[in-house]
Design a protein around this ligand. Structure first.
Ligand code: GLN
Length: 229
């Protein structure tokens, strides 16, 4: 399973969330603390953020810890809406930059932590890669993010072994699901973090229960149980 992180709040440097925290995505790429599936996340990474409403991405198929160019530039990248991930590829899936989250339809940036049988997903010309997560992202984009809860429940019903922790942002909103893996929320004075696991030992981190939808609008965080629970 991969690890992902979303931010909605004041503009902050990407490095302050991804690289600097004691147990941020950089450390999670080699020493995750709560990962249930897989030991490390060395099969790539991606950082997406909104820049005056435009979704921009930097993705790679190499381990995050080796990328000194990104480490040099990340402090200069500031955004109020960020979606980032480090990847542990599911067996049989391609390892290529286009298989690293976040995926995008131009409006949303989306990451998937989990796995799903590709035979239950429609083939889509919109998918960026043949990895299960890219096919799932294409389906979610086709259905619309307003239907994220229904689409998640539908895919879970079609593949009972699926793990479907999804995280998406569009510049003014973050959406996430828990279905089979961990997710925590941190409300800060300057914004809200959603992360597969806490990036530090702050006691304000709260775990999201499994099979829930999380909606972050401004500083408001809403949790709703998903169908099929
Ligand atoms: N199945 C996806 C992949 O292969 C996500 C894997 C994960 O969450 N570790 O990239």
């Amino acid at each position: 399973m991969c690890r992902h992180l979303g931010w909605l709040g004041e503009p902050v440097p990407v490095s302050s969330l991804v690289l600097d925290p004691p147990s941020g995505l950089l450390v999670q790429s080699y020493a995750p603390r709560r990962q249930k599936h897989g030991l490390m996340n060395a099969d790539g990474w991606g950082v997406g953020f909104f820049d005056n409403g435009v979704a921009r991405r930097w993705r790679s198929a190499a381990p995050l810890w080796g990328d000194t160019s990104f480490a040099s530039v990340a402090p200069a990248l500031r955004s109020g809406c960020i979606v980032a991930a480090v990847r542990s590829a599911t067996i049989g899936m391609p390892i290529e930059p286009s298989a690293s989250a976040p995926f995008t339809d131009g409006r949303w940036l989306l990451s998937h932590n989990g796995l799903v049988d590709r035979s239950v997903l429609p083939l889509s010309g919109r998918a960026e890669s043949t990895v299960d997560s890219a096919l799932l992202a294409a389906l979610i984009f086709d259905r619309g993010l307003d239907a994220l809860a229904d689409t998640t429940a539908e895919v879970a019903a079609a593949d009972p072994n699926a793990r479907l922790n999804i995280l998406a942002g569009n510049g003014s909103q973050l959406l996430a699901t828990t279905w089979g893996d961990t997710l925590s929320v941190l409300r800060r004075d300057d914004g809200v973090v959603l992360a597969s696991e806490p990036y530090d030992d702050d006691s304000a981190w709260q775990e999201v229960p499994d099979r829930h939808l999380v909606e972050v609008d401004g500083s408001r965080v809403t949790l709703t149980a998903l169908k099929g629970t």
